[in-house]
Design a binder for this molecule. Structure first.
Ligand code: PA5
Length: 445
C-alpha cells in the first residue's frame, strides 16, 4: 500500500538550502524530546500523541451505536460547538463524504450551530429543522462557552416542544467527564454523554467523540480514520529529519518563517478541502500565535482563488509561502467530451480527464508562484479516504506541536481567546463585571 502522504520539498529549494535544513536538526531533536519526555510547556495536554492507539474502546463502540441510532431515527443532526468542538468533524465530513449526499443510503443532514452569534443563522437552522426528525449533539469541553450554550438553549427548547419528555433521547452531550455546566445539565436531565479526555485540548480533539460522533453519523468509517492516524503515529515517532515528513514540514515552515515568510497559505485544489483548511488554521493559529510571534495561517482554494487572491500571491508583498494539499486520486474524475465543431477551441483537452487538467493548473501555478518569490511545500495525498485523512490529521497535530516548541511557545494553551470574552461579558452586564463595563463604555464613547 502506498504511503497516504508524501512531502515534496522541490519547490522550496531556491529558498531553503541544504545546510540551513541540516542546521535545524538539533532544534528538531530538542523539540521532539519535549514531546516524548512530556516535560515541555503545556505537557498536561499531550493526550493526542498516543490517542490513535490509546483511546477508550468501550466509548468508541458507544459512539458507533449512538451514530447508528441517529442515522435511523433522524433526518437532521444539529452539531453545536465552536472552535475545536466543531471544526474537525466538519473538516472530515466535507473531505470524505459525497458533497451532495448519496441517494442510496441517505445520511442525516449535518447542520453546524453555536459557532457564531448570528440570529439569521440560528433562525435558518431552526427553519431547516421544521417537519424533520431532529437530534442534537452538543459539544463543549469547558461546558461554559457562550456561543454553543446559547444555541443549545434554543435547540433544547425546540426539541422539548416537538418531542416532550422524549427530547432527552435525541440529545447527545460531549463534554468534560466531571466539570462544567453542560456536564451537570446532562447528568440532571439524563442525556447520553461522551467524554473529552482531560489531556486532549479542543483543537486536538477530532479523534475523540468530539469528532467521531458527527463523522460516524455522516456514514463515514471511523475505524479507518483511527487506523490512518495510527499509521501516522508510527511513521512520525522519530526525529530523523531525512525521513520524517511531518518533521520536515515543520522544519521547512520554521526556516521560512525565520526568513520573513510570515504567512503560510494552505492551498487546496478541491472545494471539499476548504473546511479542512479552516481546521488547520485554528490548529496552527491558536497553537503558535502568541507572545507576539507565530506564522499567520491563511488558506485558499485554487483554481477558484487564482481569479481573486492569485494576483496578490504572484506579485504582492513577498512575505508568503504556500503549502499545497494535492490529492492524487480524487474520489471522482471525469473525461472531457470531444466536440465535432470545436467552436470553443477546447478539443485539445478532450483526451484528458478533468483531474489531469486540474493537475496541470496545479503544476503551472506552483512554477509561477515559485518564480514570483513564493516557495511551495507540496503535500501529496494518495486519496481522500478516511484512512488518509486520519493520517493527515495526525501529521498536522504533530507538526504543530513540534513547530510550537521550536518557536518557544506553549502550543497547547490559548490565553488570548479570553480577552474578547471578558469584554463581551462586561458589555452585556454579566454579574461581577460592573467596573469593567463602566471602563469599556467610557472607551466606546
Ligand atoms: O482549541 C480550543 O481549545 C478552543 O478552540 C476550543 O475548542 C473552543 O474555544 C471551544 O471550547 P469549548 O469546547 O470548551 O466550548
Amino acid at each position: 500500500m502506498n504511503k497516504p502522504l508524501t512531502l515534496n520539498a522541490k519547490f522550496t529549494e531556491n529558498f531553503v538550502s541544504a545546510h540551513e535544513f541540516e542546521a535545524m536538526k538539533p532544534f528538531v531533536s530538542a523539540a521532539d524530546k519535549l514531546i516524548k519526555e512530556r516535560n515541555g510547556l503545556g505537557n498536561d495536554f499531550l493526550g493526542w500523541v498516543n490517542l490513535p492507539v490509546n483511546y477508550d474502546k468501550e466509548e468508541f463502540d458507544r459512539v458507533k451505536k449512538a451514530a447508528d441510532k441517529i442515522r435511523k431515527d433522524s433526518d437532521v443532526l444539529v452539531v453545536i460547538g465552536i472552535g475545536g468542538s466543531y471544526l474537525g468533524s466538519r473538516a472530515v465530513i466535507e473531505f470524505c463524504a459525497p458533497v451532495f449526499g448519496t441517494e442510496k443510503e441517505k445520511s442525516p443532514e449535518i447542520l453546524f450551530l453555536g459557532n457564531n452569534l448570528s440570529p439569521t443563522h440560528m433562525v435558518e437552522v431552526l427553519n431547516k429543522c421544521k417537519g424533520k426528525r431532529v437530534s442534537v449533539n452538543v459539544i463543549s469541553k469547558s461546558g461554559t462557552t457562550t456561543e454553543p450554550a446559547l444555541a443549545f438553549r434554543v435547540m433544547k427548547d425546540y426539541l422539548e416542544k416537538e418531542y416532550g419528555e422524549a427530547a432527552k433521547d435525541r440529545i447527545y452531550a460531549t463534554t468534560d467527564k466531571a466539570r462544567g455546566t453542560l456536564k451537570n445539565l446532562s447528568t440532571e436531565t439524563g442525556y447520553e454523554t461522551f467524554v473529552i479526555p482531560d489531556d486532549v485540548g479542543g483543537r486536538f480533539s477530532v479523534l475523540t467523540p468530539v469528532g467521531l460522533l458527527p463523522i460516524a453519523v455522516a456514514g463515514l468509517d471511523i475505524d479507518a480514520l483511527m487506523a490512518g492516524a495510527q499509521q501516522a503515529m508510527k511513521d512520525f515517532d522519530n526525529d530523523d529529519l531525512d525521513s520524517n515528513d511531518c518533521y520536515r514540514y515543520a522544519t521547512l515552515r520554521s526556516i521560512m518563517h525565520r526568513k520573513g515568510k510570515t504567512t503560510e497559505v494552505t492551498v487546496g485544489y478541491e472545494p471539499f478541502i476548504a473546511s479542512f483548511c479552516e481546521w488547520i488554521k485554528q490548529l496552527h493559529g491558536e497553537s503558535e500565535g502568541k507572545d507576539n510571534k507565530g506564522l499567520f495561517p491563511a488558506s485558499m482554494i485554487f483554481s477558484t482563488d487564482l481569479h481573486s487572491l492569485g494576483q496578490y500571491v504572484q506579485q504582492g508583498l513577498r512575505n508568503l509561502f504556500e503549502t499545497v494539499l494535492w490529492i492524487k486520486n480524487p474520489k471522482i474524475d471525469m473525461n472531457i467530451l470531444s466536440d465535432p465543431k470545436n467552436l470553443d477551441g477546447l478539443n485539445f483537452l478532450s483526451d484528458k480527464t478533468l483531474n489531469e487538467i486540474n493537475r496541470n493548473a496545479f503544476m503551472g501555478t506552483v512554477l509561477a508562484h515559485v518564480e514570483g518569490g513564493v516557495p511551495n511545500i507540496v503535500l501529496e495525498m494518495e486519496d481522500a479516504s478516511e484512512y488518509s485523512v486520519g493520517y493527515l490529521i495526525y501529521f498536522y497535530e504533530k507538526a504543530c506541536a513540534l513547530a510550537g516548541y521550536m518557536n518557544g511557545v506553549n502550543p497547547f494553551d490559548q490565553p488570548g481567546v479570553e480577552s474578547y470574552k471578558k469584554n463581551m461579558f462586561a458589555l452585556l452586564g454579566k454579574p461581577g463585571y460592573e467596573e469593567m463595563k463602566a471602563e469599556l463604555e467610557a472607551k466606546l464613547k
